[in-house]
Design a protein around this ligand. Structure first.
Ligand code: SAM
Length: 215
């Protein structure tokens, strides 16, 4: 398993600049901004929840929620105990504005918190979601491996024993995610993602896995 070259995408300054811009665009034009990995990445998660008959009051936290659109989709599907955290205050402001516009603020609690540092939930959650946040943490120019360990430790504090963790990643393959999360988590499902073919080889551009926290 190889480390990635450090990138601006792993810094808070980068995300602050992205969401400052996206918040302004929303205020000016009502555009919600980028859906990371496309609409299908949200549908996959919602479909898994409904296929597993996850009850509507299940506590769900979206780690690095960005514009909060995944939570909006879940709220529209009937989920009502939703929390989104992000270390960018403009991302949380954008997510709040979108929730208000959609009339979903009563189902979605949003807070500014650094998942690796300042996030200390009063109670553990049943389900954690991550769409692109572990990827961003993995690109942090300052000791990515340490940050990744911190992420996994924080995830263990955040989720109940046997709690589920649904991760969508474009940087790590299934085997690489298993290598990193495997001590504390076991994989229970792999969500179908689009395949691509190039030069006679085929593969997935995105990996989506469901883990269960070992008790
Ligand atoms: C690739 S974006 C994905 C945003 C959102 N999950 C989505 O699918 O649209 C990564 C997100 O992770 C957030 N993030 C990165 N590191 C974080 C940290 N340590 N704590 C909280 N949020 C973080 C960024 O601010 C950004 O919103």
């Amino acid at each position: 398993m190889e480390d990635f070259s450090p990138s601006a995408l792993g810094t808070k300054e980068h995300w602050d600049a992205v969401y400052r811009r996206e918040l302004k665009t929303f205020q000016d034009f009502g555009d919600e901004g980028e859906i990371w990995f496309g609409e299908g990445s949200m549908t996959r998660v919602v479909r898994w929840m409904t296929s597993q008959n996850v009850p509507p009051t299940t506590s769900i936290v979206d780690i690095g929620t960005g514009n909060g659109m995944l939570l909006v989709e879940l709220a529209k599907s009937g989920y009502s105990n939703l929390t989104g955290i992000d270390y960018c205050s403009d991302a949380i402001e954008l997510a709040r504005n979108i929730c208000e516009k959609e009339g979903l603020s009563h189902s979605i609690n949003l807070q500014v918190a650094d998942f690796l540092d300042s996030f200390s939930p009063p109670e553990q959650y049943d389900i954690g979601l991550d769409k692109g946040t572990f990827d961003a943490v993995s690109l942090d120019p300052s000791v990515s491996e340490v940050k990744r360990r911190q992420y996994i430790q924080s995830l263990c504090r955040t989720l109940k024993p046997n709690g589920r963790f649904i991760i969508t990643s474009c940087n790590w393959t299934k085997d690489e995610l298993l290598q990193q999360f495997g001590n504390e988590f076991e994989v229970t499902d792999e969500l179908p993602t689009p395949t691509f073919s190039f030069g006679g080889h085929s593969g997935h551009s995105v990996t989506a896995l469901v883990f269960r926290r070992r008790s």
